[in-house]
Design a protein around this ligand. Structure first.
Ligand code: PMP
Length: 357
């Protein structure tokens, strides 16, 4: 007999980026290039490895379950009180906790599609109904249609800004109008995993601009700009009731001592984070310009990746890149997401793209 839920049998797995070491071995290369998971390529921030090493000397003890020191440091950095913050094992876990904190089986969550691939998986595993609103022809969110999709069963709306994987972003006037239209008993999650790479002044910082709206939660991660993808830590800022409920539903001790220590050390390196983000932004525009010569419809990206709307050619293009030692992320029938790497990595990718497209 089947021991797990029958409806999960057909659910796709979350697809992580392929390991560059495996690909290099397969191709007989000394190394492969991974531009598939939106990581920043410059290594852990100064001081992080030392802080984690020191912390793991206490690895036989449980971590601080309340994550107090880190929540206080985040509170100071972002100008809010610590009771408004919850942390999770990556912001992807917080997406799941937010669903658990707001939805009962059969409730609805609204998000645009295509967006972050974890959203439909979380909805399906949580027994809530996904209401997907197609992106606009320009690959961005259709906020008017998203507002129209809200029903009496809607508990949560996920707005990814900038959007993964298309890199498109919403402007303040559009978001103002949308948030005004959302009923006050529906929670809006502004997923700002890529906020640190935004350079367009019209794209609002959700925390600064909407942080005090009662039904808005802002989701951030330390995985991207802060360079801690492997330690797994993200956070949200919401009203105390929302953050407090999320802290109740979080798996106990999901912020390890390494994650807490690494995050505290990273937060001391803001200057270096800014410097690295500026390098990524420069390379983003170089990559975008070069790729638009091959695919004119490449949308402007405010994140640390670029979207190639290749439609049916997406998988074939990604395979051609892999055959030449560059791992990118295809979304079948739709497009390919390419993470901004170091200048040398981007050059290598562009050489492959020029021959494959
Ligand atoms: N939100 C978005 C939009 C993302 O792209 C990602 C990572 N791919 C996450 C959340 C989750 O990141 P993490 O769990 O590493 O914090």
């Amino acid at each position: 007999p089947r021991l797990t839920r029958a409806d999960l049998a057909a659910l796709p797995n979350y697809v992580p980026g392929r390991s560059p070491a495996d690909l290099a071995r397969e191709l007989g290369l000394t190394e492969a290039i991974k531009l598939a998971s939106n990581e920043v390529p410059y290594g852990p921030l100064p001081g992080v490895v030392e802080a984690v090493t020191e912390a793991v000397a206490g690895a036989h003890r449980y971590p601080d379950m309340g994550v107090l020191a880190l929540r206080e440091a985040l509170a100071e950095r972002y100008g809010v009180s610590a009771d408004r913050i919850a942390t999770g094992c990556g912001s992807v876990a917080l997406c799941e906790h937010l669903v658990r904190a707001t939805c009962l089986p059969g409730d609805e969550i609204v998000y645009s599609w295509r967006s972050f691939e974890a959203y439909p998986i979380i909805a399906a595993t949580s027994g809530v109904t996904s209401v997907r609103v197609p992106n606009t022809a320009a690959h961005g969110h259709d906020l008017a249609a998203m507002a129209d999709a809200i029903t009496d069963r809607t508990r949560l709306v996920l707005v990814c800004n900038p959007n993964n994987p298309t890199g498109t972003s919403l402007r303040r006037t559009e978001l103002d109008r949308f948030l005004d239209a959302v009923p006050e008993d529906v929670l809006v999650v502004l997923d700002e995993a890529y906020r640190e790479f935004v350079t367009d002044p019209e794209v609002p910082d959700g925390l600064a601009v909407y942080g005090d709206r009662p039904n808005v939660v802002v989701l951030r991660t330390l995985s991207k700009a802060w360079g801690l993808a492997g330690l797994r830590i993200g956070f949200l800022v919401g009203q105390p009731e929302v953050a407090g409920t999320v802290r109740k539903v979080v798996t106990p001790f999901s912020a390890s001592i390494a994650a807490q220590a690494g995050a505290l050390a990273a937060l001391n390196q803001e200057e270096e984070v800014r410097r690295r983000c500026a390098l990524v932004v420069d390379e983003r525009s170089r990559l975008t310009d070069a790729l638009r010569k091959l695919v004119p419809e490449v949308p402007e990206s405010q994140a640390n990746f670029v979207w190639l709307p290749l439609g049916d050619r997406a998988v074939e293009f990604a395979k051609a890149c892999e055959a030449r030692g560059v791992i990118v992320r295809p979304f079948a029938g739709d497009g390919v997401r390419v993470t901004v790497g170091t200048p040398a990595e981007n050059d290598a990718f562009l050489a492959v793209a020029e021959s494959a497209l």
